[in-house]
Write a protein that binds this ligand. Structure first.
Ligand code: NAD
Length: 484
């Protein structure tokens, strides 16, 4: 049973608004394919109200002390923890992940909000020594950049908005959140935590609608000073071009196709279990999901067999109806079509599907946990981000060859390696080209650490002090004695 909100709403200038002047869009439960709600779509006039609210609230919020902002953010984080059970049910209903994963998402989002709120109290500037006698101070500060537009996807419908909201509000910015079309209630419940924490009117606004026109309207507005986007590389490039044409600061967190190098020196049993269980978390719909497994030839056959056995044994189903389900559906029907295309092109006769490989018949958008052994270098799988429950495993002979394959794509979000040899582990940590590298484990995210990619995976970071600084402008004050 889910307690899905009876009414889906926007939040503009301190007011909940159920009526979308541009109509409504249906929200589906991906586990059943059934409609669970109707979401209002903002008209250009409603978007302008949100922009005005964010613009009007900015002078007041940006002048609050870090301690005041921290107090509100900490209350919001506490409310998220208190409400985690209810919010988790909504996440599961909207995008299908099992409840335990949804609760984990919410509590880690609360930790991020806490950390960024604390950063508002900690973050000072710099006093730089002067060269001559005439100057007495060179002071560097970090000023809130202005109203921010936050565009977020559906795979972590609370955590990704929370990272952006936390950074923006902690730094003293106001914000307009436009969440994914298929997860509006998750965002609504998150925003409600900030409202109930006492956030002043206009500081945080929530709008819904068709992503292209809404993003274009919000980015083009002179009110907007910063755009933060998480989503695909293709859309990130479009939005980056638009932001640049209006001279807006832009942080893109985009796709990835994370390689995992498993050396012959790795602890095989541990590595294969960690790799297989992490790969299918969130049905593989994770930008840092380990996906291209490059395994030393000496251990390749055992790795493939164990991985395929794990994948074939996973319980797939409607996680909202059955708590023992380990992997839920994909987010929508388009993802099923995308998986079918990936599996159809494994590279001629070379690649072999050793587990799964098909959509699961019946209602909902389910795809079997899938393992492709030895996909060809030019196959669709090896060159395009699958963003779903499909893993590929490729043997290698020399560790340098594995690094070459790992670094061969334009993506550079996360990369991982397993080796119990210290020299090799250090070499791999240095040689892998990615914004985040995990060695002997598959976690590259914590509230205190920066999260972001290089190359086609984007630039800039969320989380850590970088997640706060992303919403600031650097300002210098050079001061001389009056009268020289
Ligand atoms: P999609 O491109 O239709 O949508 C992905 C997200 O981008 C949605 O949240 C959507 O609201 C937003 N979006 C789409 N068009 C937009 C536009 N013109 N302006 C602003 N926002 C826009 O794809 P999908 O099938 O829903 O998702 C799969 C793809 O999205 C994958 O290729 C994956 O790389 C990417 N994705 C990445 C992340 C991530 O964490 N980096 C998260 C979710 C999706």
């Amino acid at each position: 049973m889910t307690s899905y909100p009876a009414t889906l709403q926007m939040f503009i200038d301190g007011e909940w608004i159920a009526e979308g002047e541009a109509g409504t869009m249906a929200v589906l439960n991906p586990a059943t394919g059934g409609v669970i709600g109707h979401c209002p779509k903002a008209s250009p006039a409603q978007l302008d109200r949100a922009l005005k609210a964010a613009g009007d609230a900015f002078p007041g919020w940006s002048r609050t002390s870090g301690a005041e902002r921290h107090a509100v953010l900490r209350r919001a984080a506490d409310l998220m923890r208190e409400r985690a059970g209810d919010i988790a049910k909504v996440i599961t209903a909207e995008m299908g992940k099992p409840r335990a994963q949804a609760v984990g998402e919410i509590t880690s989002a609360a930790d991020v909000i806490d950390f960024l709120g604390e950063e508002a109290k900690r973050r000072g500037g710099r006093l730089i020594p002067t060269r001559g006698n005439q100057l007495i101070a060179q002071i560097v500060t970090h000023e809130p950049i202005g109203p921010a537009v936050l565009l977020t996807p559906w795979n972590f419908p609370v955590n990704l908005p929370a990272k952006k909201i936390g950074g923006a509000l902690a730094a003293g910015c106001t914000a307009i959140l436009k969440p994914a079309e298929n997860t509006p209630a998750s965002a609504q419940m998150l925003v409600q935590c900030f409202v109930d924490a006492g956030l002043p009117k206009g500081v945080l606004n929530l709008v819904h609608g068709d992503p292209g026109p809404v993003a274009e309207h919000l980015i083009a507005s002179p009110v907007t000073r910063k755009v933060s986007f998480t989503g695909s590389t293709a859309i990130g490039k479009q939005l980056g071009a638009l932001a640049a044409s209006h001279m807006k600061r832009f942080t893109p967190e985009l796709g990835g196709h994370a390689p995992v190098i498993v050396s012959k020196n790795a602890e095989l049993e541990r590595a294969v279990m960690m790799c297989a269980s992490t790969k299918f978390r969130n049905a593989g719909q994770v930008c840092v999901s380990p996906t291209r497994f490059l395994v030393a030839r000496e251990i390749y056959d055992r790795f493939v067999a164990e991985f395929a056995r794990y994948a074939s044994g996973l319980k797939v189903g409607d996680a909202g109806a059955d708590e023992t389900v380990e992997m839920g559906p994909l987010a929508h029907a388009r993802r099923i079509a995308a998986m079918e295309q990936v599996v159809a092109d494994t590279g001629g006769n070379r690649g072999e599907v050793v587990a799964g490989g098909k959509a699961i018949a019946g209602s909902g958008f389910f795809f079997e946990p899938t393992v492709i052994a030895n996909p060809a270098p030019d196959s669709r799988f090896m060159t395009e981000e699958p963003f779903g429950p499909v893993a590929g495993i490729v043997p290698f002979d020399a560790i340098e060859d594995a690094v070459g394959i790992a670094n061969s794509l334009r993506y550079g979000l996360a990369a991982y390696a397993f080796s119990a040899n210290l020299d090799e582990a250090h070499y791999l940590g240095r040689a892998l080209r990615a914004g985040m590298v995990g060695i002997n484990q598959l976690i590259v995210s914590s509230p205190e650490t920066p999260f972001g990619g290089v190359g086609d995976s984007g630039f800039g970071s969320e989380g850590g002090e970088e997640g706060y600084l992303a919403f600031t402008d650097t300002k210098l004050v050079m001061m001389a004695k009056a009268g020289g």
